[in-house]
Design a protein around this ligand. Structure first.
Ligand SMILES: *Cc1c(COP(=O)(O)O)cnc(C)c1O
Length: 491
């Protein structure tokens, strides 16, 4: 068979639409079946060799055809990260929704590019933008952009902060000899230092201020650090607070940070990747006071709002600073007042990406279908679950709680017997690996004050309290096995 450009039927569209329709329905059924079945199966399983082989083929010059491709995709379906399972507790992952699949179908069919222009999809993103403003108490004139996640949102926000500090000349001249420094706590997510790196400031220009006993930034130490840097001729430009720290869920005193930023004339950014959405809970909202005064806020829809991966948002108080940090409109991107090139300003003027997919639709659909109150209730439940787990840990002398539970994260460990105290961290690591391999639960690990911890993060609308009971039973059983094994090896 040879493929000729002269063939009038040469296209990527199906020759038989009914066959495509049947194939699409089959895939939809298989996908939903997998989602429905997931809670009863393992959280995670190691990708089998047979699966890896499907994705280790030679580059197809002639296509494999629809049947093979559909089969391979169906074989892939059960091999997710596990975050659609009620006992996925690792890192910070949202758990997604079956309803999200419906929005993805419509988005894929429209195949919209949201870099700009005047078309339906743009209005969906603008709606999400207005909802975000309202949700976080940002003013009418603020701007925002749907992005892949908080990492990208942070880069965009801090670029606006950097450029404003340098009168926007940095866009053409670079940062030159300007010695900009920013401030955050030792608990801040690594994406902030990475943004400093990518923005040419260097990650050393991000000062890591110590935290108090609640793992919140020490505001006295912060003020001291700013004064010290000013005395040394450096130029402080930003404070980065955290609403829900990645290790422990700690929330900085955002009102105090807002006050210091205002007094010092610094840009105030908040990393609220998951914690910012705690504003949806009546109970938790007061703890985020001050966030509404931020110059910028980065957060994810794919974590505590369970939008299927990926979707985050950057919200910026000053639309002008935001636009001036990114806008340039070369000849081939000129807008118009009428026609398809209308709809100014375009989203491309607020971020580094020109081609942008239609993430807005799944975000809009999630919020529109479920409403904010339901997310708030689920957030409250996750926090109650972390507290419940901490109580159970405290009640068991074999377990040790390693930090206070601030929000939805509980860090603990299974204590090694006295004779094996030197192998405590090893036991903790092996325990988590064993849980993963058994497929019963998927916590992750972190290091707290130099010691390994089992880290249970609950951003999961499927988790029940019984899942936590079962999880702890598994922890005890696996630990007993491991300790017996370690005893044999050392004895
Ligand atoms: C997840 C997370 C990030 C990074 O967000 P991505 O969406 O993964 O890019 C940043 N900060 C905190 C506190 C997080 O939990």
């Amino acid at each position: 068979m040879s493929i000729s450009p002269d063939d009038p039927d040469l296209t990527l569209d199906p020759s038989d639409w009914d066959a495509l329709r049947a194939r699409a329905h089959t895939m939809l059924d298989a996908a939903l079946e997998e989602m429905q079945r997931k809670p009863g199966g393992p959280v995670w399983q190691e990708p089998p060799e047979a699966l890896k082989a499907l994705f280790d083929r030679d580059l197809p010059v002639e296509g494999l055809g629809p049947d093979v491709v559909s089969q391979d995709m169906q074989a892939l379906l059960p091999h997710g990260v596990g975050n659609t399972h009620p006992r996925f507790f690792g890192w910070v992952h949202g758990s997604g929704t079956p309803a999200g699949v419906v929005a993805e179908i419509a988005a894929a069919a429209m195949n919209a590019n949201l870099g700009g222009r005047d078309h339906g999809a743009i209005y969906v993103e603008k709606q999400v933008m207005r909802w975000c403003r309202e949700l976080f108490g940002f003013p009418e004139g603020s701007s925002g952009l749907i992005v892949s996640g908080t990492s990208m949102a942070t880069i965009i926000a801090l670029k606006a902060a950097r450029d404003r500090a340098l009168g926007f000349a940095s866009r053409t001249e670079g940062v030159g000899a300007a010695r900009l420094v920013g401030y955050t706590s030792t608990q801040t997510h690594a994406c902030v230092a990475r943004a400093f790196d990518m923005l040419g400031l260097g990650s050393d220009a991000l000062r890591r201020v110590p935290v108090n006993a609640a793992y919140e930034i020490d505001t006295t130490a912060l003020a001291d650090a700013i004064a010290r840097d000013r005395a040394e001729g450096l130029t402080p430009f930003a404070i980065i607070g955290t609403a829900g720290s990645v290790d422990l869920g700690a929330i900085d005193d955002l009102a105090a940070l807002a006050r210091i930023a205002a007094r010092e004339d610094l840009w105030f950014h908040v990393d609220g990747a998951f914690g910012a959405l705690a504003v949806l809970s009546e109970q938790l909202r007061p703890r985020l006071a001050g966030m509404e005064r931020a110059d910028s806020l980065a957060f994810d829809f794919h974590k505590w709002m369970h939008v299927n991966y990926d979707a985050g948002f950057v919200l910026i108080r000053s639309e002008e600073a935001h636009r001036r940090a990114f806008s340039d409109r070369p000849g081939y991107l000129q807008g118009a007042t009428r026609g398809l090139a209308a709809g100014n300003p375009w989203p491309v003027e607020y971020g580094p990406e020109l081609s942008r997919g239609f993430r807005a639709l799944k975000v809009w659909a999630q919020i529109a279908e479920f409403g904010t109150a339901r997310f708030g209730a689920l957030i409250d439940r996750n926090c109650a679950q972390a507290a419940y787990l901490a109580d159970a840990v405290r009640a068991d002398p074999a377990l040790e709680l390693m930090a206070p539970v601030a929000l939805n994260i509980c860090c603990f460990r299974y204590l090694a017997p006295e004779a094996m105290a030197a192998e405590q961290d090893h036991l903790t690591e092996e325990l988590v690996i064993a849980l993963h391999l058994r497929g019963t639960a998927a916590p992750s690990t972190t290091t707290i004050n130099g010691q390994k911890a089992i880290r249970v993060n609950i951003t999961n609308h499927r988790t029940g309290f019984a899942d936590l009971d079962l999880f702890l039973e598994e922890v005890r059983a696996v630990a007993a096995d491991l300790i017996a094994g370690m005893g044999r090896n050392t004895g």
